[in-house]
Design a binder for this molecule. Sequence first.
Ligand SMILES: Cc1ncc(COP(=O)(O)O)c(C=O)c1O
Length: 425
Amino acid sequence: MPNAPTPIYVTQPHLPPLDDFVPMLREIWDSKVLTNGGPFHQRLEAALAEHLGVGHIALFTNATVALVTALQALRITGEVITTPYSFVATAHSLLWNGIKPVFVDIDPVTLNLDPARVEAAITPQTTAILPVHCYGRPCDTAALQRIADTYGLKLIYDAAHAFGVRDGGGSVLRHGDLSVLSFHATKVFNTFEGGAIVCPDAKAKTRIDHLKNFGFVDEVTVVAPGINGKMNEFQAALGLMQLRDIDLQLDRRALIDAHYRDALAGVPGIRCVERDPRARNNHAYFAILVGPEFPLTRDALYERLKSQGIHGRRYFHPLITQFPMYRGLPSAAPANLPVATRIAQQVICLPIYPALTLDDVDRIAGIVRDAAVPRSHACPSTPTPSYANSGWSTAEWASSSPGALPCTASPASAWATTAASTTSA
Ligand SMILES: Cc1ncc(COP(=O)(O)O)c(C=O)c1O
């Protein structure tokens, strides 16, 4: 009997050859410096600042602790405006600081916090805005900064997805008062677990360095109720290795992204979430939206993929606002968040990672294309499709935005030619 194909998950962490890592491990063993801002920690901070083109970086054990610390560093209190369409850690970082999240809807094309709606959510208690560069696509940073300046608010970006993303002026991480990166195993740049705060100046970094080390300034002085958020030497050493070929990895992701777009071009009812045409994207995720024209619901397509060994993820479903600790807030009501509510019902993130082969991309896209065969062409045993939970009528889908169009092929090639000339990684 033929073996079942190996399951393909939404992501697979990139790791350097183990033999290259061993000398670094030996150095750590020999020095016996395992953590507390040791030499690898310091080297990675400097290397990342240079690589990303930003002034100052404070490394953390993960992004969640970094988010909690960023809010502490700026003494944020009261209410903070944020997005419901994110990983739950974004809002949890507010609750850990005793801050009330105020959820504002997202833009239907970028899936980022909609600046046009932010202003209406500001109250006398608002002290900051916490947007997310969702899937690595830059927020409307100019509009958000204008609002922050007008109302005297701080702006902290959850940039967990945005490693290596650049807009016209440079790294997207330079915007706002602070930006927080994640180096979790699922991210484009990983240090097993890890994170960082990008700071505008040395003063901000010094305060954050104190906060991530229990508030210690020196052996006998503690200036704040800090936390233990330090990245250890093993994580930092891995980060230095990962930096060697990160650009190659991003190029590979770009190729896979383009291949998906070609392979899914023209499939009715499938929209590939757009890249920012003006940005250097990092292709951290490949998200599609399953609209009402598609014969299967999103969940049915997700299950169909899974039954064939393709484990996508419905990021971000459920919305943060559906979890028990948030759903009682007035701003969490679905009526306040119509766009995020629809998108959460339609999204599937398909697998994307540097080791994914283009043959695999063709196979995954083929499952989606096969499922798109109209009902009249389907075999009699095909279950009746249902749009019941799609949330959008066909007319809404068609008229919602330019982004509601089906995927378009990248200019270089059409589905037929790429399918014929596919090469593996
Ligand atoms: C948008 C967002 N914010 C925060 C986090 C938390 O990151 P970490 O796992 O490094 O704590 C994640 C991810 O995993 C994320 O996707």
